[in-house]
Each structure stands twice: as C-alpha cells, then as structure tokens.
Write a protein that binds this ligand. Sequence first.
Ligand SMILES: [Zn+2]
Length: 318
Amino acid sequence: RLSHRYYAMKARWLGMEVMNHWDRNAPLPETPQAIIGWDEAKNTVLSAYQRFSPDMAEIARAFFDRNWIDAPVRPGKSPGAFAHPTVPSAHPYVLLNYMGKPRDVMTLAHELGHGVHQVLAAGQGALMASTPLTLAETASVFGEMLTFRSLLDQTTDKRERKAMLAQKVEDMINTVVRQIAFYEFERKVHAERKNGELTSDRLGQFWLEVQAESLGPAIKLREGYEVFWSYIPHFIHSPFYVYAYAFGDCLVNSLYAVYQNAERGFQDKYFAMLRAGGTKHHSELLAPFGLDATDPAFWQIGLGVIGGLIDELEALDN
Ligand SMILES: [Zn+2]
C-alpha cells in the first residue's frame, strides 16, 4: 500500500500516467542544489543530536575535535562510508566521501550514530561489544532521523520540503518494501529449487511477479527488467540477509514513534540499550520501551511512520 500510494503520486508529479522502472528513484527538480559546507554539516548534526541529548552530542563532538573522521574525497580513496569500531580500548574511526549534498549530511548523521553506539558499547569488551544484525543499524538510522527532522523543521520553502520528504520516503520504501520483495523472491526461488533446477526464465518470472506486486500499477516493468534480480549480491553471498534492512528500519521507526510520544526518560533507556552492545537479545532490549517485535502492532507503528510522511507529502501537494 505504501509503495503503490507513493509511486502513483510521483508519477503524477512527473506528468506521467505510469512511470518506467528507471524513473523510480529519479531526483525531483525541487531538490536543493546548494553545496553544504563541512562546518554547516557538523553543526546541523551536532545540534540535532544536542536537542535529543547533550550527552549524545558530546560523544559525537569528540569525533570532530580529535580528528577521527576522514571526510574529503581524494583519488584512490575507498568509496562509500562507514564507522569502524577498531577495538574497545581505542576509539572508532569514521570514513566518508563528503561532497556537500543533503544526502552527505544524512550519511554523516548515520555514521556518527554508529560511532556513538560503538563508543557506548565499548564497555562490553572486544567479544561482546558488537551488536547483532537486528540492532546493528539502530543508532545510525535513529541519528539520521533526528537530523532529518531538525533539517525539515528549519526548511520553510515548500518546494524544498517536498524534495526532502520525497527523498526520505523513497529511501524508506527502498529499505523496507523493496527488501521485503527481495526476501519474497528468495523464498519463491528456494522453495522451487527443492523440486529441481531452475531455468533463467523461471527466475525472471518470479522476479517480475514480486516486483509487480511490490512496485504497484504506477510503475511499468519494461523488457529487460526480468534479469534485474542479478544485481543483488546478497542473493548469492548472504541468502535472506535482505530482511535485516527492513527489520532495522521498522524497528527504528517504532522506536522513534515512542520517542515522539514519550514525556521523559526515553534518553536514559536509549543509552542503556546502546551500552548493552551484543549482550542482549532484541526482545530484552526493546522491553523497556514497551515494544515487542513479536506483536504485529509493533511493525504497524514503524510502517505508520512511513505512511505519516506520505500524508505530509500529500498535504503539501494540495
Ligand atoms: Zn549503517
């Protein structure tokens, strides 16, 4: 429902009745083009963290003050971005390729979230500090959400707000709805494989089935799309890993919704969760927030956050 609703709206924005599959993530003309300087990015993220908790901002500030971030782009440098915990007795390092786009500010917020998590969990020691996959992206996505919300609050231009919200919704659909479609594809493939070898035609058929269902009627799948399953390395190298992205994103959305409705005390529980590192199962870590991942209502809260952002976009549209 979320993706069908959003893509129908995007097709309308682009003046098309149905989009082609390559238009799905096309940037909107409203996207701000101004370059965001490093100091501004730093202040944006630190003040968003500060508003949530001065302690969190203080931990993140150390990354700047003590030169733990390798930000600029240069020839031969590793692409992408990550936070590496090194060993608990030392400190993490962050790698970025900062180019001053709004997306780069979000990446800084994301990696610093990991960094804060790694600093807090270091007390668990080398064997227990690292978190299981289910919670590995919690602090990073939460940090992004704090920064996104504060950037959005500062943006008064209606066109820019629309572009920011649309970008966020697209990211979330790609992380939640699309990864679940990938998971459904894997289920079909592995179930069918029990009965014998699969032809490439059959693989393509499964792919088109799940994609048509997940993308919805506003997206036309053109010839050639049937082989696109082959661009997902997880299918070969880490079967069923894709669920973790959807799990992590929905979990953080639910957590964020609790934070929005909480009066006080959320921050203390949040820090306790991060400090636990890999010592506890997610059920134990989420219990203090009144969240239970075995309850369908838990996932509804997370999906509701995405639905709420689409509501905001629709309201801007009218
Ligand atoms: Zn991450």
